[in-house]
Every structure is written in C-alpha cells, then in structure tokens.
Design a protein around this ligand. Sequence first.
Ligand code: BG6
Length: 478
Amino acid sequence: IPVEPFDLVIFGGTGDLARRKILPGLFRRFLAGQMTPDSRIIGAARADLDAQGYRDMIRQGIAEFGGPESTDGDGLAQFLARLDYVSIDATGEAGWQQLSGLMRPGVIRAFYFSVAPALFGALAERLHQHGIADPDSRIVVEKPFGRDLDSARALNHTLAEHFREGQIYRIDHYLGKETVQNLMAVRFGNILFEPLWNHHYVDHIQITVAETVGVEGRGGYYDKSGAMRDMVQNHLMQLLCLIAMEPPSLFEAGAVRDEKLKVIRALKPIAAHHIVRGQYDSNGDGPSYREEADNPRSFTESFIALRAEIANWRWAGVPFYLRTGKKLRARHSEIAVVFKDLPHSIFEGDEKRHRNILSIRLQPNEGIDLQVTIKEPGPGGMRLIDRPLDMTFATALGEEAAEAPDAYERLIMDVIRGNQTLFMRGDEVEAAWAWTDPIIAGWERRNDVPKLYDPGTSGPDDSLMLLHREGRRWREIR
Ligand code: BG6
C-alpha cells in the first residue's frame, strides 16, 4: 500500500548510513510502489554539492549496496529524479533559507537526523526558527541515543523543547527486522504458547546475537562504547522486552511501549559474577581488537554474556541469558525459550533429559523451530529422540519472504505512516540506561579487564561457565 506523499530531509545525507541503508532502502520502496513519485528526498549536509552531484553519489551508493534491484535502470533514473540537495550548516545560517524554500505545503514532512547527537539541538532549533517544521512533522533519530542516563535525558530534553513525543521516532533497527516482528506474531497470534509462557513452564531463555565481523573501520566509535552500549542497551534489551512483556491490549504504539517499559523497570540489578566481558585476540589470521581499535591498552569489550532476571510474577526465578559479540564462530541470532523438564517420565530406561525448545531464528536462515520428543523409529522399544518441528521462512513462504522489506525500509515507511509501534519511546531509552549505567560504572571502578577470546569461537570460556555452573548450556553458534 503506497504511503502518502512526503518530503524527507536527511541531515547527514552524504554519510555512510544514508548511502548504505537509507537511500538504497527508499529506492526499493520506490520500486515496490510504496514511495510514490510525488514524494521527494532532500539530502542536507556540509558538502558543497548540487542536486546532480548528490544524485551521482547516491547512484554509486545504490550500485554498491542496493542489491539486485540496482540494475533496474529506468526505475533508478525515476528515483534519482526525486532527489534534491542542500548544502547546509547545522550550527550556522547557511542553507536554511534554501531548504525552507524547497519544502512543499500539504505533504508530510520528515527530518532524519543522521548526524552526531551533539547536533540534534541545533537542527531542532533551526527547523523551528525557519518555520520548516510544522506540528505534524516527524523527526527520526538513530542510536547511540546518549551514552548513559544523563546524556540520554539531556537529549530527550533538547528534542522535547521543539517536538512532542508523538513526533519523535527513535530507531532501533532490530525492531524493524521481519523475524523480530514474527516473535510477536508467534506469541500473540497462537493460543499454544501463551499459557506456557511463564516461570511454571519455562526453565530459561537465551538470546544470542553473534556476529562474524570485527569493529573494522568503526574502532573510534566502538572503543568508547563496547558491546554493552552498542548492542545490549538497545537491540538485546528490545528483544528481551518483546519476549518477556505482558500481552498488550492492542498492537499499537502506546500499549506495546507501556508493556516494554514495565519489563525494563522490573529488571533486577546484576551481580558482577553474572556478567562476562570478552575481547577478541588475534589468532594469527587477522588483527586483534586492540589492533583494529588502534588502542593497545583498550579494556573495551567486544563480547558480553550476562544473566538477567525479571522481578515480576510471570518470570520470578527464570534466568534470561543474553550474549552478543564480534568475530564469533558464525553470524547467528536467535532467541530460544527452553521449557522445563517433564515432571515424570513414563518410559522406563529413558534416562535422557528431553526438553521442548522453541527457537526463533532472527538471522540468517530466518525461521522458527520447536524441538519435540518422538519415538526413535525401529524395533528397539520405546526409545525417545528429540527432533525439530522446523519452519524456515524462505521455504515455507517462498518469494514472499524474500520480498520482505529490510529493517530500515520498513521503519522509514512507518515514520511516514505515523506509526510509532516499532520505535523506542524516550522513557524506555532512559530506563534501559538506568539499568546498564551501574554495570558499566562497576567495571570502570574496578578497572575490569575483559577476557581474551580467539576469533571464530563462541567467546571466552567464562561465558560457558555462566550457564554450566547452573546445570545449563548455551545453544550452539553455528
Ligand atoms: C548496530 C551496531 O547497531 O548493529 C553494530 O552498532 C552491529 O556494531 C549492528 O554490527 C548489527 O546489526 P545487524 O542488522 O547486522 O544484525
């Protein structure tokens, strides 16, 4: 379904995110007919370019990052014709009059702040000063949304001076992923799971987001963040919220975000021995983290594993094990709900522990499988084995699965539709920092040194111990 016509201004329009994700994504929505030809995208940045120069830059970006569609020459020419450019000074006066002159009345106005958070205030102020923002305009901001509670509060405060919460779209691209939304469809679209979704039946939950890439060119940013700020405070906590929240009364922004907030606020503080930090070493093939980050004394973690608990009736006593890291064995993200053992086995001689496990594979190989126990075929009597009831979306849904928009595309279309369900509200972000701040402060106080791990593994051995000592095991990263 096409969205209403819009003028989307991308501040930082020549940056990496714009060239890699935002514009190739918008191009795909254009080809799909969702962005109609009466919409426009205006790049705004410091670079001294004209509209044609900008189109050439974006043409290259799409060729490099746009996927198979980038060969659609006609489509590309029509899309590029929808692009404009203003050379602008975020903190000065240059360019603002020109931008103001470009905005059309009667279409939706959206402003993507793809710039350093330090500039948010200046941009918001100038948009108002020059009468460019109207009461229905939307602004889109990216992570990192602050680096602790105080800075996130200050950012929220700055934005609130010029925009209502209903106009602010804080992106966490994990919420735009197809399978992450499927998580909600599975939970709330089936009668089967919800009755079991609590401490009576669930032994524990594992959330893994494993990457094979290192920090590469982003060492400057990453070394000041680490896995906790870069991944846990946002992406992993959002996944945790979706899996743990109470059923909202409606799949709607207010109801969903209220429930997520309750989960974050119910998280218990974490004891130091429930967290493992790791940093990848060099195994001879590639550089170590410290070499890549160009900081030989860095104590920043590129891996983290932790055991969280939610203090409420539903989840009392159920561990939530979270882990994420770079340079691991495989790119593999999944959420696994591990159900409890049977109270009693009627099969004599069957000593093995059989467990139902619902696993939601976020990427790659998106799908869902449920481990069930069945009889081993053959004449050997009642011997039991565990096998997955497997639904791989690419097989089950064929082309439909392949055509699903990627996270950025979907989220930008949601901005135009005015749907905030898959965006983080200011209070959620603050609550997440309020939980992670004391953990990070503890490391800094103790000068905590992360454990080294070899690239291509599952992270440091201590991470395995986190579960072993409680009689549990991580699922394999493969
Ligand atoms: C980003 C982090 O938010 O998410 C990166 O800053 C990380 O460090 C990336 O690599 C992972 O996203 P995806 O979509 O590739 O899983």
